[in-house]
Design a protein around this ligand. Sequence first.
Ligand SMILES: NC(=O)c1ccc[n+]([C@@H]2O[C@H](COP(=O)([O-])OP(=O)(O)OC[C@H]3O[C@@H](n4cnc5c(N)ncnc54)[C@H](OP(=O)(O)O)[C@@H]3O)[C@@H](O)[C@H]2O)c1
Length: 301
Amino acid sequence: MFALQYREYGDHDVLRLEDAPEPHAGPGQVRITVRATSVNPFDWKLRAGYLAGMVPVTFPAIPGTDASGIVDEVGEGVQGVAVGDEVFGLGARTSAEFAVLDHAVHKPASASWAEAAAMGLAVETAARCLDVIGVAAGTTLLVDGGSGGVGSAAIQLAVARGATVVATASPANHEYLASLGAVPTTYGTGLGDRVAALAPQGIDAAIDAAGKGSVPDLIALTGDATRVVSIADFTAGQHGAHLSDGSAGRAYYSLANAAKMHSEGNFIVAIEQVYPLAEGGLAHLHSQGGHVRGKLVLAVS
Ligand SMILES: NC(=O)c1ccc[n+]([C@@H]2O[C@H](COP(=O)([O-])OP(=O)(O)OC[C@H]3O[C@@H](n4cnc5c(N)ncnc54)[C@H](OP(=O)(O)O)[C@@H]3O)[C@@H](O)[C@H]2O)c1
């Protein structure tokens, strides 16, 4: 099969479209012919070697953790998904002609292949964070980094739970944040004062979806470190806040929820750009810039 892969850690140009052995579905897994896969910052952090020592890599490595496509193999014990079904979900080595998914749900007819591929890791991470800090009806939530993949999903899932959401982004993304249901403000110096003015009732819980050092500010705003979660700041635990990396359990249930919300017109997946698989290196470089609105996607077939 063809696959985007790298044989050593390095810059985006270590990624090449090459031949690779086909994977097969093991117990509980499905294999898909991949139509699209999304780019997550994890992909380039791993490729650059930033996670060496934390996340093992076997070379040649194929990036990608979420994808959409058509099921062509069903592993033992899988129920509710059959060969020929259109699905999306979470797996590994998804930037390839075929990929194995550990968690696959049916693609809603309302979603394009690109949108479905982009509803994997970002949605699961967002739902996991909302669960960790107890976001429910009546919660006032702050999302720092609201316009990225995870932030965009977190806002919409929180609004669907009945929360009020204040979210940060650069000014060019404020209209976008409002379209997702959040009250927008800018990130950085003075965040506490700006948020206090926008949410005089106070902030109950907060997500650091950017990893730019806002955790102490978020704790000051909530007054309770246990209601602050970061997905990208490894020092969060030192402040008493949560660092969620999925190792304590994943919110897999959220994929089907997001699919249902999308089919009902209640979930937007903003795709900033779709790249052909062969240009995956450029997509990584784009993601590394740190200012993607919504998601980047690779079109595979
Ligand atoms: N732990 C986990 O399980 C997990 C899972 C997924 C992702 N992550 C990590 O979480 C982070 C976000 O992931 P993502 O997929 O949402 O990334 P993304 O789509 O690349 O989002 C980047 C967003 O960050 C915003 N941003 C840039 N500088 C900022 C600042 N100083 N303060 C606040 N926001 C800022 C940008 O907003 P503007 O464009 O408006 O500037 C942009 O929308 C990454 O570090 C990723 O590796 C962790």
